[in-house]
Design a protein around this ligand. Structure first.
Ligand code: FAD
Length: 332
């Protein structure tokens, strides 16, 4: 017989990236004794990278895994509890909200913070995998600075790809946008900016066949392309290759339970972390298709904890007031 354990808290946090851990820090300091279910990637996406130069508070370059270890320790130090489990089922139809872990443990929360993140989509090439962090990236804001003065290429044709190409012109004298069709999907205004920029060239009807490793410590040196119309093979020089073909928000678990937007991100009320279900809040990349940074994830994590705390306060006040009214009516 398997024994099921029930873990209960006033604030349940799903996900242990910068958003979830920041929510946990603020939630613990507000006395909500949060439980964080860490998921398959404790520490989140930043544990997959090395140098982080844009998280405020550190004059020197820091390492992603180190930063996340510090965040987790800080959350534990102020009283958050970490659970190494992955949630496979949710019931948000009544409170406390009930989530089930893959070993059968039950997590109950008076409030729930969803911070399950989003994963970049990749092309799926072996060479892409081998050169991740050695020239191949999925985030120009994160890594563009490391390619100052170098040749870079962006792969994609939507808003993100065009924005990344424009962003990279801040650092790189030669930006190439590689797109497999002959028209872009990006908004017209972005396309106009792209075409007007002298530092960007577009290669139409080209698919990446291989990211070419220069050997030794060289990392990426070239990108091999195939023409989608003629089949012709060609190569361009590139020190950085940015794959910008979209992200998958980790929201499958919540489909049908919480409102998602047209791209599958958790829909939140503007300027808050409130979702369609009262008492459920969302923060970080799972609700953000624009900024997708550790600092914005941490910032919205803080907001989620404050929103959750205010939600419980308001509810407790409403209960206390209605109990007083009941007593007054009974006394009449
Ligand atoms: C290679 C790389 C380099 C980057 N570099 C930078 C950088 O230099 N600077 C910067 O600001 N940003 C950088 N980013 C972006 C940054 O990492 C993200 O914006 C940030 O991590 C988002 O935080 P998050 O908490 O929303 O989600 P994530 O970090 O994605 O964390 C999601 C969490 O949810 C958990 N989870 C998912 N599903 C479940 C489930 N079913 N049950 C329980 N838990 C679950 C996961 O285990 C994980 O802990 C980089 C990203 C990558 C991939």
């Amino acid at each position: 017989m398997t024994l099921m354990t029930i873990h209960s808290t006033r604030m349940l946090v799903l996900g242990s990236g910068p958003a979830g851990l920041s929510a946990a820090i603020y939630g613990a300091r507000a006395g909500m004794e949060p439980i964080v279910v860490q998921g398959i990637q404790p520490g989140g996406q930043l544990t997959t990278t090395t140098d982080v130069e844009n998280y405020p508070g550190f004059a020197e370059v820091i390492q992603g895994p180190w930063l996340m270890d510090q965040m987790q320790r800080q959350a534990e130090h102020v009283g958050a509890r970490m659970m190494w489990d992955t949630v496979v089922e949710v019931d948000l139809s009544r409170r406390p909200f009930r989530l089930i872990g893959d070993g059968g443990d039950v997590y109950e929360g008076d409030t729930l913070v969803i911070s399950t993140g989003a994963q970049a989509k990749w092309l799926g090439l072996e060479s892409e995998h081998a050169l991740k962090g050695k020239g191949v990236s999925a985030c120009a804001t994160c890594d563009g600075f490391f390619y100052r003065g170098k040749k870079v290429a962006v792969i994609g044709g939507g808003n993100t790809a065009v924005e990344e190409a424009l962003y990279l012109t801040n650092h790189s004298p030669e930006v190439t946008l590689i797109h497999r069709r002959d028209t872009l999907r990006a908004e017209r205004i972005l396309q106009e900016r792209l075409h007007a920029h002298p530092g960007i060239r577009v290669l139409w009807n080209k698919e990446v066949r291989e990211f070419v490793d220069g050997g030794g410590n060289a990392g990426l040196v070239q990108i091999e392309l195939v023409d989608t119309v003629t089949g012709e093979i060609s190569r361009i020089d590139a020190d950085g290759g940015f794959v910008a073909i979209g992200h998958h928000p980790a929201t499958e678990l919540f489909r049908g339970h919480v409102a998602l937007d047209e791209d599958g991100y958790v829909a939140v009320e503007a300027g808050t972390t409130r979702t369609s279900v009262p008492g459920v809040f969302a923060c970080g990349d799972v609700a953000d298709k624009v900024y997708r940074q550790a600092i914005t994830a941490a910032g919205t994590g803080c907001m989620a904890a404050l929103d959750a705390e205010r939600f419980l306060q308001a509810e407790e006040f409403a209960h206390a007031t209605s109990a007083d009214e009941d007593m007054a009516i009974a006394a009449e």
